[in-house]
Ligand binder design. Structure first.
Ligand SMILES: Nc1ncnc2c1ncn2[C@@H]1O[C@H](COP(=O)(O)OP(=O)(O)O)[C@@H](O)[C@H]1O
Ligand SMILES: [Mg+2]
Length: 269
């Protein structure tokens, strides 16, 4: 199992959107995919149309191993083939204290996931929008990180914070969080056949930040500003289902990179 987290230290950056569409694409290509909703706002649990039942284990109980809960007890099938979920609700916030008091909180999620790693090809973690114990344990569980960033001034600020955090963690331990799959510009605005001047400037600024912090340009093909994404989410469809192959392109590139991380030789062959 290869584990990838979506990390970006602000709301509205496209973390949950990216995780959703990537999970659906990987699952529809036949892979077994586990999605972990690690954000107490639980957008992904909602996007996947999943209702948390009062007494059923969620990510909170899985992390705390509450009353002998094992990781597999918190995994549920979704309405989509090959796609499974560890859901959350706002009670997940309570896990912050548990993680910080345990001393090895950054390694907790990775340890819990290890027990189910033979069951899945991919695990995708959707993380919260701020520096927190949950964000750290999400990064700690990862073989790779995707950094979605809104193409806006707010997005640029979020990117700086996110890259600072990653560099701090990498200074401690180069292996922590695995590799950076890429920076994914979200809500790139075009008018007709042209990218807006504002988007152009913000994307150039992202490239410069990537080079400044990571010594290379890790920008991925952008997700365009489009109502179609929201419509697909609301209707439980993929972009392919909606006949929006062009819009699906950045997700396909991302899936290709992740497959390559999982199995470098096979993709090259
Ligand atoms: N391509 C798109 N263009 C415009 N808005 C989008 C697009 N894709 C998703 N959205 C909307 O953007 C909002 C924020 O995205 P989300 O993935 O929830 O961000 P985050 O998880 O980083 O907080 C969501 O409400 C979603 O409906
Ligand atoms: Mg989110």
């Amino acid at each position: 199992m290869i584990t990838i987290s979506s990390i970006s230290l602000a709301g509205g950056q496209g973390k949950s959107t990216t995780t959703l569409f990537l999970a659906r694409l990987l699952a529809s290509s036949g892979a077994n995919v586990l999605v972990v909703d690690a954000d107490p706002q639980s957008s992904l649990t909602t996007f996947l149309g999943f209702q948390v039942e009062a007494d059923s284990p969620t990510l909170l109980e899985v992390l705390k191993k509450q009353e002998g809960v094992e990781t597999k007890d918190g995994i549920y099938p979704t309405k989509y083939e090959n796609l499974y979920l560890i859901p959350s609700d706002d009670a997940l916030d309570k896990v912050q204290d548990y993680l910080s008091s345990s001393g090895r909180g950054a390694l907790t999620l990775g340890r819990r996931l290890k027990t189910v790693s033979s069951l899945f090809d991919y695990c995708l973690i959707d993380s919260p929008p701020q520096r927190s114990q949950i964000t750290l344990t999400s990064i700690g569980a990862s073989n790779g990180m995707i950094i979605p960033v809104e193409v806006s001034v707010k997005g640029l600020k979020s990117l700086v914070r996110t890259l600072q955090l990653i560099n701090e963690l990498k200074d401690e331990d180069e292996e922590f969080g695995g590799s950076i799959v890429g920076i994914l510009p979200f809500r790139d605005r075009w008018v007709g056949l042209r990218r807006t001047k504002e988007s152009q400037n913000n994307i150039e600024a992202m490239q410069n930040l990537s080079i400044e912090f990571l010594n290379m340009d890790l920008l991925l093909p952008t997700i365009r500003e489009s109502e179609k994404y929201k419509q697909a989410m609301n209707q439980g469809l993929t972009l392919h289902d909606m006949g929006q192959q062009d819009l699906a392109y950045p997700i396909e590139i991302l899936a290709g990179k992740i497959k390559h991380l999982a199995n470098p030789a096979e993709v090259l062959a």
